[in-house]
Design a protein around this ligand. Structure first.
Ligand code: HEM
Length: 238
C-alpha cells in the first residue's frame, strides 16, 4: 500500500541488513542479479519478470548468472531467514538497491509485495553484450522500458567487471563515470553494447546528459530501477 509506514520500516530494515552484511566485491553482482530477474519480462506474453525466479537452482545456474550469483543468493537466504514473509522477488530487488547504497549511490526504496514464481523464467531473454542499439531498444521495449531507461540503467556498468576487467576506473563506486568514460571513449573494458549507446543518435543525448549531470543520472537511475524491479507484477506499489 502506498505510504504504508510499517512496510517502509520493514524494507529499510532489510536494506540496512543487506548493506551491513554484503561484501563490497559482491555488490555489482547483486545489481546485475536484480536486472537478470526482472529483465526476463515480456510485456506482450506477460511472462518472465521480477518474480524471484533467480533463486531457483535451474535459473541461477544459467550462463547469464555465472560469477557471484550463487554468493548473492546465499546472502539473500540469510535475509529470508530473518524476514521470512518477504518474497524472494522483493529480496532480489532490495539486494540491488542495497548494493547501490553500499557503493555510495542513493538509498532507493523499491517497495514490498512482488509475487514469487515457482518455475524459472523463459531463457535467452537477456542481452549478451554483442547487440547493436536497435536490438537493445527492442529488447528493452519488450520488457516494457523506454530508451531513456535503457541508457540510465546501463549506468549500472559503472560498477563491476567484464571478463575480469573493470568497466570503469572506479568499479566499486556508484557514480556517473560510465558516461564520462563513454563520452571520452576511454573505457577500460566497455562492451560493444556500451559503445552502441554513444553511436546512436537517439541514445547519445542521454549519455551526454548523464556525463555532465550526475544528480540527473542518480534520479533517473532510481526511477528506472524502481520500475524495472516491478516488471511482471500486477500491482505496482509506490
Ligand atoms: C543494456 C544491455 C546490457 C548488456 C548487453 C549487459 C551485459 C553485461 C555483460 C556481458 C557483463 C559482464 C559479465 C561477465 O563478464 O561476467 C555485465 C556485467 C554487469 N552488468 Fe550488465 N548488461 C546490460 C545491462 C545491465 C543493466 C540494465 C544492469 C543493471 C541495472 C546491469 C548490471 C551489470 C553489472 C552491475 C555488471 C557487473 C557484474 C560483476 O562485476 O559481477 N547490466 N553486463
Amino acid at each position: 500500500m502506498a505510504g504504508d509506514d510499517s512496510l517502509e520500516i520493514q524494507e529499510d530494515a532489510i536494506r540496512a541488513f543487506l548493506v551491513e552484511l554484503m561484501p563490497i566485491e559482491h555488490a555489482p553482482a547483486h545489481v546485475r542479479l536484480a536486472f537478470h530477474d526482472a529483465g526476463t519480462y515480456d510485456v506482450h506474453s506477460r511472462t518472465g519478470g521480477a518474480h524471484g525466479a533467480v533463486h531457483l537452482k535451474e535459473e541461477i545456474q544459467r550462463a547469464d548468472n555465472t560469477g557471484w550469483g550463487q554468493a548473492c543468493m546465499e546472502l539473500l537466504a540469510l535475509a529470508k531467514e530473518q524476514f521470512p514473509t518477504v518474497s524472494w522477488a522483493d529480496l532480489v530487488a532490495i539486494g540491488g538497491a542495497a548494493a547501490i547504497e553500499k557503493t555510495g549511490g542513493p538509498a532507493i526504496r523499491v517497495g514490498l509485495g512482488r509475487t514469487d514464481a515457482d518455475e524459472p523464467s523463459p531463457p535467452h531473454r537477456l542481452p549478451g553484450g554483442y547487440e547493436g542499439a536497435t536490438m537493445l531498444k527492442r529488447m528493452f521495449a519488450r520488457m516494457g522500458l523506454g530508451v531513456r531507461d535503457l541508457v540510465a540503467l546501463s549506468g549500472a556498468h559503472t560498477l563491476g567487471f567484464t571478463q575480469r576487467k573493470p568497466f570503469t576506473h572506479d568499479p566499486w563506486v556508484f557514480s556517473n563515470s560510465y558516461y564520462t568514460q563513454l563520452v571520452e571513449l576511454k573505457g577500460s573494458a566497455l562492451l560493444g553494447t556500451d559503445t552502441a549507446l554513444i553511436d546512436d543518435p537517439e541514445l547519445r543525448p542521454y549519455v551526454e546528459l548523464y556525463a555532465r549531470d550526475q544528480d540527473q543520472f542518480m534520479a533517473d537511475f532510481a526511477d528506472a530501477y524502481y520500475r524495472l524491479t516491478w516488471l511482471g507484477n500486477e500491482q505496482v506499489i509506490r
